[in-house]
Design a protein around this ligand. Structure first.
Ligand SMILES: Cc1cc2nc3c(=O)[nH]c(=O)nc-3n(C[C@H](O)[C@H](O)[C@H](O)COP(=O)(O)O)c2cc1C
Length: 174
């Protein structure tokens, strides 16, 4: 019988490269051998089944929409069974440019994961951001995951990543 191992994937999409860079930093800071990093542009739905922990990175684009590769994949994404999987999120957005749709992308993905049976980890306080509305806010009023604003608060990025990585390592016991 095949041995089931703890396997982790960081799956991200990025149009202009900011989310890709944040993904690379998170990868370095998590620093465990089992972690795979995959661009959603190159993924098939069945590949999701290989992992029991998923970290999904998405920037919000076009006023409350998913980034293009996530958008293309979204129909397939909605068919994935997340039962038994732990899923975390990180989202990039521009709080001053798009204050009514700030990091909506993480909320759009998180709703699917919840509906399809996944367990969400890595909730993040919404303090230190200035916006009106966000689908990225969970019912507990926390963000569904780490929120990074490279357009306006790039100086806080590294500190935020450090804190979140420490938090999820504890939550996941990795
Ligand atoms: C045309 C356009 C639309 C955007 N729409 C949103 C939005 O609705 N909400 C938001 O929070 N950020 C929005 N952003 C900001 C991007 O999410 C942000 O710049 C992000 O860092 C881009 O990530 P990427 O370089 O990985 O593609 C938008 C940016 C552009 C250029």
């Amino acid at each position: 019988m095949k041995k089931i191992q703890k396997s982790i994937a960081l799956i991200y999409g990025s149009d202009m490269g900011a989310t890709e860079e944040v993904a690379a930093t998170i990868y370095k800071k998590i620093n465990i051998e089992e972690l795979c990093v995959i661009d959603v542009y190159n993924i098939s739905p069945s590949r999701f089944l290989d992992f029991n922990i998923l970290i999904l990175g998405v920037p919000t684009w076009y006023i409350g929409d998913l980034q293009s590769a996530w958008d293309e994949f979204f129909t397939e994404f909605q068919k994935i069974n997340f039962k038994g999987k732990k899923v975390g999120f990180f989202g990039l957005g521009d709080q001053y440019g798009y204050p009514d749709n700030f990091v909506d992308g993480i909320g759009i993905l998180a709703e699917v994961v919840k509906k399809n049976g996944g367990e969400i980890f890595g909730y993040w306080k919404n303090e230190g951001y200035d916006f009106n509305l966000s689908l990225g806010l969970a019912p507990n009023n926390m963000f569904y995951g780490l929120v990074i604003d490279e357009d306006n608060q790039y100086e806080q990025t590294e500190k935020r990543i450090d804190k979140w990585v420490e938090q999820i390592k504890k939550e996941l016991k990795i």
